[in-house]
Design a protein around this ligand. Sequence first.
Ligand SMILES: NC(=O)c1ccc[n+]([C@@H]2O[C@H](COP(=O)([O-])OP(=O)(O)OC[C@H]3O[C@@H](n4cnc5c(N)ncnc54)[C@H](O)[C@@H]3O)[C@@H](O)[C@H]2O)c1
Length: 255
Amino acid sequence: MQVKDNTFLITGAASGLGAATAERLVAGGGRVVLCDLSDAVEAHAERLGEAAQAVRGDVTSADDIQAAVDAAVALGGDRGLAGVVHCAGVVSVAKVLDREGHPADLEAYARTVQINLVGTFNVMRLAAAAMARNAPGVDGERGVLINTASVAAFDGQVGQCAYSASKAGVVGMSLPAARELSRHGIRVMAIAPGVFETPMMSDIPEEAVEALSASVPFPKRLGKPDEFARLAEQIVTNPMLNGEVIRLDGGIRMQ
Ligand SMILES: NC(=O)c1ccc[n+]([C@@H]2O[C@H](COP(=O)([O-])OP(=O)(O)OC[C@H]3O[C@@H](n4cnc5c(N)ncnc54)[C@H](O)[C@@H]3O)[C@@H](O)[C@H]2O)c1
């Protein structure tokens, strides 16, 4: 599938990895619907010009995401919604037991899973329903769904029970969804980023960023959002990429 003249839904598009992906896809001649909870999404769509539209929405809401999918289908015209790059997500840190031995807050745990995992499924199911109605392209392809996991799905650190479990769920859905949606010509992929320089990481103290950078085998730095966007673009354009999770991490293995 080509980027040019196709329409993509990008979630989490107001910031970080989603914002960079929207920029790259527009630069490649694509059209994008940017969906995010944050009102910053409107300013980003304006910056990107005519090829971009903003839809404020929460990925855990069926109505919000249906509205974003409908906007992308309308923007896509005859071609409909060709692809999704789902980047919306939250990070959370909580130990199973705190210093005094009190158990972690269950609602906070469930909130992380709701946004990162249930939100991913919500976007996937509604986008797939729209894509299944597309006219088939080369090889019978109708669409591509790209989800965002994390290396924390594989090597989660202390305090990451909720985040790691939510991202492991995203990893776990990739193959069964790809198998099922293959009959509609829809591919499903996930990217598992290491540590990237985005607002999500901005609360981390300078020394911790230096330590994280030093722990990347090569290159010894945090990933840049456009490096994520370049992989998303490659997944869009390479039809043999399906049912797989790609680590994008400079070789880092979290301790
Ligand atoms: N930055 C990293 O190092 C890193 C590493 C691994 C995985 N990830 C994952 O990449 C994705 C993007 O992260 P980022 O670093 O760009 O973060 P970010 O905080 O810069 O952007 C995330 C965006 O998601 C939006 N969002 C949050 N909850 C939402 C909801 N319920 N509905 C709609 N939008 C919502 C936020 O408003 C924000 O604009 C996340 O899923 C994150 O877990 C990031």
